[in-house]
Design a binder for this molecule. Structure first.
Ligand code: SAM
Length: 259
């Protein structure tokens, strides 16, 4: 188990743990919570995997924006893991809306626990979840235990554009391009696809910022005691947007596990 799953959830959402219970309210207008859904769909499409028998694992699936659309567009079977039950409730509702409930299973579990057991999925996705497994090398080591030999690992993350290290919480393991590639392939696997998601990330972050500002002000009206925390969160998100816009190249990689 993670020592503190709440900490890893709040880190992935870049929010103080005190605000975690309010995140479903603050993020109610968003379905995707940070990942580049269209780019992920196009990357998955390019693998040309067969409908019906393909099995996908979406770690940190949030409200199922990636899982449900994969099931709906490609006819794949998806298991989504997340530890925020209110997000999973939305994911299940969306699966029903898209008429793919029979293809989607959403499980409330700590991701770190889930990957303790090996699995044989065709593809594992880690999209906008952060560094809960540590370095990129350690992350790949864990993810490759979840797919069969020759299976695929999809990571939606990024690299540092003009520097080797960034001394900021959440970016401890972020590396420049060359180092990132070295780590992604450290276990003898092969990168088969790279998609630059910067434009998409900038757009989604701006949308994220707008929605938390609006919902944050609504929340403050009924919860004056949260005013400082919410304003801190909004300020931190604005800083995050600036960092992503200026220092990070958003990138989606597909790594094929060696046979
Ligand atoms: C930024 S969101 C991204 C969600 C989704 N991939 C998307 O883009 O819509 C990160 C998600 O990871 C989940 N998460 C973070 N740490 C977790 C853990 N240890 N176990 C389960 N879920 C976790 C959070 O609850 C959150 O839903």
């Amino acid at each position: 188990m993670t020592e503190n799953p709440e900490r890893s959830i709040s880190d992935s959402l870049e929010v103080d743990q005190k605000l975690l219970p309010y995140m479903p309210f603050l993020l109610q207008d968003l379905w995707a919570l940070g990942s580049s859904v269209d780019d992920i769909l196009s990357a998955i499409r390019s693998l040309e995997l067969p409908a019906d028998q393909t099995r996908i694992l979406d770690l940190g699936c949030g409200k199922g924006a990636v899982s449900v659309r994969i099931a709906s567009q490609f006819g794949y079977n998806v298991v989504g893991i997340d530890a925020m039950e209110p997000f999973l409730v939305v994911a299940r509702e969306k699966a029903a809306d898209y008429k793919v409930s029979h293809r989607c299973q959403f499980i409330n579990q700590d991701i770190v626990d889930y990957v303790l057991q090996e699995h044989e999925f065709d593809v594992v996705i880690l999209a906008a979840v952060g560094a809960l497994f540590g370095s990129i090398t350690d992350t790949i080591a864990k993810l490759r235990t979840q797919v069969k030999s020759g299976g695929y690992i999809l990571i939606d993350d990024g690299y540092l554009k003009n520097m080797d290290r960034l001394d900021r919480k959440g970016y401890e393991y972020c590396r420049n391009y060359d180092e990132t590639i070295k780590e992604l392939t450290a276990h003898g696997d092969r990168i088969i696809k790279e998609i630059n998601t910067t434009e998409f990330s900038i757009r989604i972050n701006a949308e994220y910022q707008k929605t938390i500002e609006k919902r944050g002000q609504e929340l403050i009206k009924g919860h004056h005691e949260l005013e400082r925390d919410i304003n801190d969160y909004i300020r931190l998100q604005a800083e995050e947007c600036h960092i992503i816009d200026t220092l990070i190249e958003g990138m989606l990689w597909i790594v094929q596990k060696n046979r």
